[in-house]
Design a protein around this ligand. Structure first.
Ligand code: AMP
Ligand code: TRP
Length: 327
């Protein structure tokens, strides 16, 4: 029996190379090793205001990008969260077992609520309960995510343990799997902030569907420092971020990269990095065009996957309801 792996991605904004390098690339690579379920988390997306037409279009776009990146619908289920009712239902039940103090410690809520001010919804605060439901419904063992989601996955593990200690063995204990390199890709405009889908500055992120010229221009403008030497050094966040992106896209080792840039300047590195990223995204971009040319294809893959995972989710939900004494 393969281990169950579950992860999610929000259908909001533009999917960028941070999402790709930390999450999607790992998901593609681990398809033979794990029994994979990937969820397009539209219920999470509405924790902040969304335009309905755009949200609907983004669900298809993100799914298409996952398939284009190499997720094989025969090996992995890619489905839309709101199409499986058990997610919202389990989230409610779990709500009643999460101490307020655990939620108040969540750093992502603190950051997002600072930006949103009076628009902060109860749903945004409750985000980790829904995420725990996602994970726990499928007896998940591993959750491949970027660094920013570690705290949420730990909350779901603590919650599973708490529930099990009250009612007896009910949930598997999930564990976050975070890549060693690229777990936190930083913004090109400000390398002290993580690359994010919701940032407005056009020079902030490289999106998976950016044209070659956009990619080259964004990298050219990326913020670095006034030093010259090209070396992996976390104390120089701008150049470090570019080098990490180069490392993953090129497949070269750090020593090889440093050796090949001895005596060369940032301009040369940026030029080469532009080409490495353009070439690295090319196959994905052309597969995406093919996939989306066929109307209804993505929708039918999503519906099939939802039908496949729904019975698994319902089985867990029934177990939980019976433990709690509901119905
Ligand atoms: P989200 O964009 O919040 O839907 O995240 C989808 C996946 O991408 C999650 O596993 C995140 O941890 C990961 N992720 C998002 N932003 C970054 C980033 N800047 N660097 C690395 N991973 C990221
Ligand atoms: N919160 C995650 C993010 O923004 C997305 C997500 C929702 C998720 N449910 C999940 C990730 C379950 C892993 C497992 O990146």
């Amino acid at each position: 029996m393969k281990k169950r792996s579950f992860s999610g991605i929000q259908p909001t904004g533009d999917i960028h190379i941070g999402n790709y390098l930390a999450a999607i690339k790992q998901w593609v690579a681990s398809q033979a090793e794990y029994d994979n379920i990937f969820c397009i988390v539209d219920l999470h997306a509405i924790t902040i205001p969304q335009d309905p037409k755009i949200l609907k279009a983004k669900i298809r776009e993100v799914s298409g990008l996952l398939f284009a990146a190499g997720i094989d619908p025969k090996l992995s289920a890619v489905f839309v969260q709101s199409q499986v009712g058990a997610h919202a239902e389990l989230a409610w039940i779990l709500n009643c077992f999460i101490p307020m103090g655990w939620m108040q410690r969540m750093t992502q809520f603190k950051e997002k609520s600072k930006e949103l001010k009076e628009q902060v919804s109860v749903g945004l605060f409750d985000y980790p309960a829904l995420m725990s439901a996602d994970i726990l419904l499928y007896d998940t063992e591993v959750v491949p995510v970027g660094e920013d989601q570690k705290q949420h996955v730990e909350l779901s593990r603590d919650l599973a343990q708490r529930f099990n200690s009250i009612y007896g063995p009910t949930f598997h204990l999930p564990k976050a799997v975070i890549p060693e390199v690229g777990a936190r890709i930083m913004g090109l405009d400000d390398p002290t902030k993580k690359m994010s889908k919701s940032e407005d500055n056009p020079g902030h992120a490289i999106n998976l569907l950016d044209s070659p010229d956009e990619i080259r221009a964004k990298i050219k403008r990326a913020t670095t420092d006034s030093r010259r030497e090209i070396r992996f050094d976390e104390k120089r966040p701008g150049i470090h971020n570019l080098l990490v992106i180069y490392e993953i896209f090129s497949g070269l080792s750090r020593a090889e990269i440093e050796a090949s840039y001895q005596g060369k300047g940032y301009a040369q590195l940026k030029k080469d990095l532009g080409e490495v990223v353009v070439e690295g995204l090319k196959p994905l971009q052309s597969r995406y065009q093919e996939l989306t040319a066929e109307a209804g294809h993505i929708d039918s893959l999503l519906a099939e996957a939802a039908a496949r995972v729904r019975p698994l989710a319902e089985k867990t939900l029934a177990r939980v309801k019976s433990r709690v004494g509901l119905g």
